[in-house]
Design a protein around this ligand. Structure first.
Ligand code: AMP
Length: 314
């Protein structure tokens, strides 16, 4: 089961209470692809500039990630500068240089067309929709977005949401998109926009999946169907950058691997929520993508057991 991901491959400069770094390889598609690569085959669609060379390519290759869809353009790679000095759960953006991303026209290599799963990382919803429409045969489509698109590009985002199976966003984005603060009312409002499942990420407090009701049962249930997964209590969060994309990579990567073994059962969905938390917790332990680059499947499964212990009753 292969996943195609479209999104940013970037250079980040980041400051956190634990320290800072300058111009390291990052981006939503990079974090997602690294996290998902521990579970299944991953293919990336993105654009980079002439400052992206063999050293950066090697990071993807070391994880068996297909980079044929990473286009080289004249100019500089997307650059993001942010900090988390007052609040580890929310990035403060200091600078976003779109660079080659400004003229990005996603092109889908023929070799990607038989992908089973599609992840639309946080980019312009018009581009997300274009990729989604160009890959009509995928079995499952998930996506992410951010406050900027919710506020200023709402119409395009609403069009995109109609074609999503799963939307993964954080608490603030959910409230902003729904226009209401109550988490259940907000989830219902977002599910009415199209996605069959809404995964709301609560940063250091875990994540909740809300499921759309099928019409037959809708009138019988007053409570919304939901599943909550914890986050691992950590002594220190070194760098929260990429936690959301790593969560998405673990979540979707696990779903793809379990679909390979048959259909996607509800239990697989619950496990996927835990694996999302596992990969998010690794991502924040070191700066940038460092921790995600050097993991083993054994470490991942050991941590999964810690997540189980956190919530197991007997
Ligand atoms: P997150 O998982 O939300 O922390 O995602 C962090 C990554 O998103 C960073 O590595 C950034 O390079 C990337 N990023 C930040 N702003 C944008 C944007 N406007 N569009 C696409 N990617 C972005």
């Amino acid at each position: 089961m292969a996943i195609t991901v479209v999104g940013s491959v970037a250079y980040d400069s980041v400051e956190t209470p634990a320290g800072k770094y300058d111009r390291r390889l990052a981006g939503a598609a990079t974090y997602f692809a690294l996290a998902a690569s521990y579970f299944t085959d991953v293919r990336v669609i993105a654009v980079v500039g002439d400052d992206f060379g063999p050293e950066q390519e090697a990071v993807f290759k070391a994880h068996g990630i297909d980079t044929r869809g990473i286009e080289r353009a004249a100019g500089k790679t997307f650059f993001w500068q942010g900090s988390y000095l007052d609040n580890l759960n929310e990035a403060r953006t200091h600078r976003t240089d779109l660079n080659v991303f400004a003229g990005f026209e996603p092109k889908i290599p023929d070799a990607y067309r038989d992908s089973d799963f599609l992840f639309l990382a946080n980019i312009d919803p018009v581009l997300q929709r274009r990729v989604r429409e160009a890959m009509p045969d995928v079995r499952l489509v998930a996506g992410d977005t951010m406050n900027y698109w919710i506020k200023d590009h709402r119409a395009a985002l609403l069009e995109l949401l109609k074609g999503l199976d799963i939307l993964l966003i954080n608490d603030t984005e959910t409230r902003m998109l729904a226009g209401t603060n109550n988490p259940v009312k907000a989830a219902r409002a977002v599910l009415a926009m199209g996605p069959k499942t809404l995964v709301v990420k609560h940063g250091e407090y875990g994540a909740t999946a809300f499921f759309a009701q099928d019409a037959a049962n809708a009138s019988q249930r007053s409570t919304i169907r939901a599943f909550r997964a914890p986050a691992l209590p950590l002594d220190e969060v070194v760098d929260p950058t990429g936690a959301g994309d790593s969560f998405a990579g673990g979540f979707f990567g696990y779903l793809a691997s379990s679909a390979a073994a048959g259909g996607i059962r509800p239990a697989a969905f619950r496990h996927a929520m835990f694996y999302g938390g596992v990969m998010g917790s690794f991502a924040v332990e070191r700066f940038g993508t460092e921790r995600l680059q050097g993991l083993s499947r054994e470490e991942i499964d050991e941590r999964f057991l810690l997540f189980r212990e956190l919530t197991h009753l007997e």
